[in-house]
Ligand binder design. Structure first.
Ligand SMILES: NC(=O)c1ccc[n+]([C@@H]2O[C@H](COP(=O)([O-])OP(=O)(O)OC[C@H]3O[C@@H](n4cnc5c(N)ncnc54)[C@H](O)[C@@H]3O)[C@@H](O)[C@H]2O)c1
Length: 341
């Protein structure tokens, strides 16, 4: 497979990103778009010069000659599409999270296995220069054995109230906690054993979005590592950066600290506020997509072509999603929950 023909299901904010990157990539081309909102699918197809437009993913699976698909529908709508595409023999890049129920996670993994297709989930923190160098310093022994960690990955309220029409059917744990927990598993090189989480509800509910404001979680790893993970959707809209993203890993011989949001790499001031845009994550340079959240998508194509194992395996995504289900359960029940794989 030299030039991967890509189909994109979900022509929303992030579906457009996927399609743009496949168009830029020398070894890929976006050939098909599917969205149940026909106008949206047609508009994106016209913008990027894509000829195959579908409103039903079953029809796309049956008729399109695409080799692989990107599943870029809302968090809780990945499974039926992924199973259908695997049954049609399509390789897949599924947006995070893999899925949001144990049944859906199992259905996707079973369909991938049964059909012998390849599947990656877009947990992109591993492509962040800061997170990647931290991982190198853990692996080369610079900070010794990772002992404890703290991670905060939160969004301003606007993401839940305006950007996502479906935030009430998801959670900040699914939306950003997926990235946080994948990074922690990667740093500790270990699996989550137990979780204890508390949540607070009210601010978003008052604004008409019925989902939790914030989760504070203790994560206990099988080999003894412990971490605190904070994920909220209620950072004030005036914050300089959409994300509030900090991480610190304390090892037996040293420590790595990451400030991925208030980095002050660039400041843009107006009479209303000061912005510190996430140029390390997403930006356009001479109309080309630059930033870590694009690199994971490019790497999917690269590895589909060269046949190497994906840097985030389906098993990584499965374990991350199952641990997140346990965290939701803990926050709902007030109990410590064992993660069952
Ligand atoms: N990796 C990242 O940095 C990143 C960033 C943003 C979003 N995401 C993920 O991408 C996914 C999509 O998010 P978004 O912000 O683009 O959402 P969005 O609401 O902007 O777009 C979702 C699109 O899916 C379409 N859709 C829903 N059900 C469908 C179906 N059955 N068939 C075809 N189309 C259907 C909707 O009509 C909509 O156009 C989510 O899982 C989200 O977590 C990832």
């Amino acid at each position: 497979m030299e030039k991967v023909k890509m189909g994109i299901i979900g022509a929303g904010v992030w579906g457009e990103t996927h399609a743009s990157i496949y168009r830029e990539h020398p070894n890929a081309e976006p050939v098909a778009i599917c969205d149940k909102d026909e106008a949206r699918a047609k508009a994106l197809a016209a913008k990027l010069g894509i000829t195959q437009v579908y409103t039903d993913y079953h029809e796309m699976a049956a008729k399109s000659d695409c080799d692989a698909v990107a599943v870029v529908t809302p968090d809780f709508l990945h499974a039926d599409i992924a199973v259908c595409m695997a049954d049609a023999g399509k390789h897949m890049l599924i947006e995070k999270p893999l899925a949001t129920t144990k049944e859906d996670i199992a259905r996707i993994c079973e369909a991938v296995e049964r059909n012998g297709v390849r599947c990656m989930v877009d947990l992109h923190n591993r492509w962040s220069a800061a997170f990647n160098v931290a991982k190198q310093k853990i692996d080369d022994g610079t900070i010794g054995e990772p002992w404890t960690a703290y991670i905060r990955h939160s969004d301003i309220k606007w993401v839940a109230t305006d950007m996502l029409k479906w935030a009430a059917d998801s959670s900040i744990l699914w939306f950003l906690g997926s990235h946080s927990l994948d990074a922690l598993r990667w740093f500790f090189n270990d699996e989550v054993k137990q979780v204890y989480s508390v949540k607070r509800v009210g601010i978003l509910k008052e604004l008409g979005v019925d989902t939790a404001d914030v989760y504070l979680t203790t994560v206990i790893f099988q080999n003894g590592g412990i971490a605190h993970m904070e994920n909220g959707w209620v950072t004030p809209n005036g914050n300089g950066n959409v994300n509030d993203f900090k991480c610190s890993v304390m090892g037996t011989k040293g420590q790595v600290n990451i400030n991925a949001s208030n980095h002050n790499l660039i400041q843009i001031a107006t009479d209303e506020c000061m912005q510190i845009p996430d140029v390390m994550v997403t930006n356009m340079v001479f109309d080309k997509c630059k930033g870590l959240s694009y690199e994971s998508i490019r790497d999917f194509v690269d590895r589909l072509v060269d046949g190497k194992e994906f840097r985030v395996t389906l098993e990584d995504a499965r374990r991350t999603a199952l641990a997140l289900i346990a965290i939701h359960e803990s926050a709902d029940t007030g109990e410590i929950v064992d993660v069952v794989y």
